[in-house]
Design a protein around this ligand. Structure first.
Ligand SMILES: [Fe+2]
Length: 284
């Protein structure tokens, strides 16, 4: 894995990284809250001189009822400025729970899609969209349980959140596939309802079946069903700026450098096929 990016520069258009790996978080309210880890920070700075770096945060927990961590949000913004990120993203979920003292669920949990959640999120998302000098994206999350009473579907909730805040959507097609399999709904109907004008980035990834569930393990190559969703979605997404192959570092050995670059090339060929088809359609 060492120097993989450096060796593969001519085959990559941008890098999407979890910036949380580049700092130590000393806790809410600490005088020296976020301490950069010199090695990781230097790697990101070096990579940013060669490629655009998209930040994909995992620690904001923007849907926590009691916690909106402006210090974390500001740290993300500072890193986006430092690296000149073209956009940054976070997950539409929560993992931090304020019960007098903070508890971390260690897994991203879903939020009920209702007016209360919308009203909780709007000022938080606006803080990011107003403060950032680049677009802010929220990603549809994977969930392994569902709330019984919700006012909105996920697509309608994201449409409304984007309309009221100016944020954009990171559409994770593997998360969508995982939810569709586990909760028995039609992924194409979801895509049909989502306002695809708001989608700036798409994620594709691999996953495995475990104990009756499909999981978003981010291991292995992209599933054929997810490639099919990408082929369906790309032509319908007018403001798409990137398709990201997500993989967990533990699967690096299994995929291998060639395997990772094959996934990237496959995604690129789907996007380019659409661009070529659009150009030939417009020249007629
Ligand atoms: Fe994702």
């Amino acid at each position: 894995m060492d120097r993989f990016v450096e060796r593969s520069l001519d085959q990559l258009d941008y890098l999407a990284v979890s910036p949380d790996r580049a700092w130590i978080d000393n806790g809410l309210g600490s005088a020296n809250r976020f301490e950069p880890l010199p090695l990781m920070a230097a790697l990101l700075d070096e990579a940013a001189r060669e490629l655009p770096i998209v930040l994909h945060g995992v620690g904001l927990s923007i849907c926590s009822a009691e916690i909106f961590d402006k210090e974390y949000a500001q740290n993300l913004i500072d890193w986006a400025n430092r690296l000149g990120s073209p956009w940054i993203s976070e997950h539409l979920s929560f993992s931090r729970i304020g019960l007098g003292h903070e508890v971390n669920s260690a897994v991203a949990l879903p939020v009920p899609y209702d007016e209360e959640s919308l009203n909780l999120l709007i000022p938080r998302v606006r803080f990011l969209t107003d403060t950032l000098s680049c677009p802010f994206l929220l990603e549809n999350n994977v969930y392994y349980f569902n709330y019984l009473e919700q006012t909105f579907s996920e697509g309608a909730f994201l449409n409304e959140l984007c309309r009221q805040t100016g944020c954009s959507v990171l559409l994770d097609l593997h998360n969508l596939y995982t939810n569709a399999v586990n909760h028995s709904f039609d992924a194409l109907e979801y895509i049909n309802e989502l306002n695809l004008e708001n989608v700036r980035e798409i994620h594709v990834a691999g996953g495995v079946r475990m104990m009756g569930f499909h999981t978003d393990s981010h291991t292995g190559p992209v599933l054929d069903s997810v490639w099919e969703l990408l082929e369906h979605t790309v032509p319908l997404t007018p403001n798409l700026q990137g398709v990201t192959f997500e993989f967990h570092e533990s699967s690096f050995g299994r995929l291998g450098e060639e395997g990772i670059l094959e996934q990237v090339e496959h995604a690129r060929s789907i996007v380019n096929n659409h661009v070529t088809a659009s150009l030939s359609a417009s020249s007629r």
